[in-house]
Design a protein around this ligand. Structure first.
Ligand code: SF4
Length: 463
């Protein structure tokens, strides 16, 4: 029997934030699994908790601080419990953070999970030593540890970071200071990564970058995202490829051509506009005018008629007047996005907007504007989705709607979540697992956020 001191820690990873954080957490899981650690089923069972944090909004930080408070209380009763923190809340200089969050034993860069080694190889029957020397947070290109590729589960949709960091200067954004300069992963490394994911069961990959359409500019030979899509399209067994987040400034004809010509590349683009007023865009440091953005979306839709487009917008940015806000509503009405993610502005430490502009839109006004965007988009999203009722959509089955449910869920090529029943004329519907199959679903109902439908098999099964 394994003695307690030789046992490797059971771990929990708590992840907040974007897909990039989820991909980083998978990388950390892979590292821990390779060290012989196993996931804990609950906090009570855990020897190591890792918080992968988000700093994009104050509310995300508050969420993590709530979790840290819970962990501080728990550590009083379980002195063997180690807490590690990573992600965008972790700054290069951790001195301040150690003072602020004394319950954290280790701060580390999410791209360097090797830093966890010291917490993995410790005797678990003893309290965590009081002072771990925190690994310096190094954000240069040399900081990238060798890629960790092992798939944890049999999920069919996987996230694959292809470019880290951000070189833009949006005045409200904390990401560049936390995630560093742009660094692209070499094409060969990404191809090998995706091949391995496919061999483990993945059928769809989403390529990730803060500005994914900047991919490759820093690599020798300057491969671009279109080239990467071409290379990944050759991988047999991979059915679908998506990418996000795109910046309007860097979308080019080669990328649009690749989306049109490569059947595995889905007709979906996430293209944050952030605002509908030129003066606000200028203050935000977004390097385009509203008219340029609209021209680009019109052009994309002309070249890719079935392409769905989603966006991000911020309401209540410094100095936003009623009139400027009305320009945002008009833009949303004209462009008619498939999905709009809306956030109320919250100043982030050491960003240009926090340093130079007053956060002068009252909280109640921000809330009301947020609600008005949501209400408008609810109508537009529903109207767009209702046009799909009666059509057949190719869906990649991601799994059951809920555990034990007889219904299934998946997404259209245009990224619309779809719930559906399957009538299988050849098999036992209850026992068949369709996860990872492509099916054609007849859409029977639509709301702003989801489609409902039914599939009849086997006639319509594609894979
Ligand atoms: S593009 Fe702008 S908003 Fe996006 S991560 Fe870079 S600085 Fe932040």
């Amino acid at each position: 029997m394994t003695t307690p001191s030789l046992r490797k820690p059971r771990y929990l990873i708590w992840t907040v934030g974007c897909q990039m954080n989820k991909a980083d957490s998978e990388r950390i899981e892979t590292f821990l699994d390779r060290q012989g650690c196993v996931p804990a089923r609950a906090l009570e069972e855990a020897d190591l908790v890792i918080l992968n944090t988000c700093a994009v909004r104050r509310s995300a930080e508050e969420h993590t601080e709530g979790q840290l408070g819970q962990l501080a209380g728990f550590k009083k009763r379980a002195s063997h419990l180690a807490v590690a923190m990573t992600g965008c809340m972790v700054m290069n200089d951790t001195t301040q953070m150690q003072r602020r969050y004394p319950m954290v034993d280790l701060f580390f860069n999410s791209l360097q999970p090797e830093a966890l080694q010291q917490l993995v190889n410790r005797p678990l029957d003893q309290p965590v030593p009081m002072s771990f020397d925190p690994t310096p947070i190094e954000m240069g290109p040399e900081a990238l540890s060798p890629a960790l590729h092992q798939l944890r589960s049999h999920e069919v949709m996987r996230y694959v970071p292809v470019i880290y960091g951000c070189d833009e200067h949006c005045t409200y954004c904390i990401v560049p200071s936390r995630r560093g300069r742009e660094r692209s992963r070499p094409v060969g490394e990404i191809v090998a990564h995706v091949e391995e994911l496919v061999s483990e069961g993945a059928r769809e990959v989403t390529l990730l970058g803060q500005i994914v359409d900047r991919y490759g500019h820093d690599l020798s030979g300057r491969p671009d995202l279109a080239y990467l899509l071409e290379r990944l399209s050759l991988i047999s067994g991979l059915e679908r490829i998506r990418f996000l987040t795109s910046h309007p400034r860097y979308i080019d004809e080669r990328l649009i051509d690749a989306m049109r010509d490569l059947p595995k590349v889905c007709e979906y683009m996430h293209l944050p506009v952030q605002h509908g007023d030129d003066a606000v865009l200028r203050r935000m440091g977004r390097p385009y005018k509203v008219a340029d953005y609209e021209y680009l979306v019109d052009h994309i839709r002309a070249r890719l008629p079935n392409c769905s487009v989603s966006t991000d917008v911020i309401v209540g940015f410094c100095g936003e007047t009623d009139e400027q806000f009305s320009h945002l509503l008009s833009l949303l009405d004209r462009v008619r996005f498939d999905v709009v993610h809306v956030a109320a502005y919250s100043p982030r430490p050491d960003t240009p907007s926090q340093r130079h502009f007053a956060d002068d839109v009252p909280g109640a006004v921000k809330k009301e504007r947020l609600w008005r965007v949501e209400a408008l988009q609810e109508r537009i999203g529903r109207e767009i989705n209702e046009t799909l009722v009666g059509t057949q959509q190719e869906i990649l089955v991601e799994g059951r709607e809920r555990e034990g449910s007889s219904r299934w869920k998946g997404r259209t090529r245009t990224n619309k979540i779809t719930f559906f029943s399957i009538q299988d004329t050849t098999g036992d519907n209850e026992r068949m697992d369709y996860t990872g199959h492509l099916v054609y679903v007849q859409v029977v109902q639509a709301s702003a956020r989801a489609l409902q439908g039914r599939a009849i098999l086997p006639a319509l099964v594609e894979a």
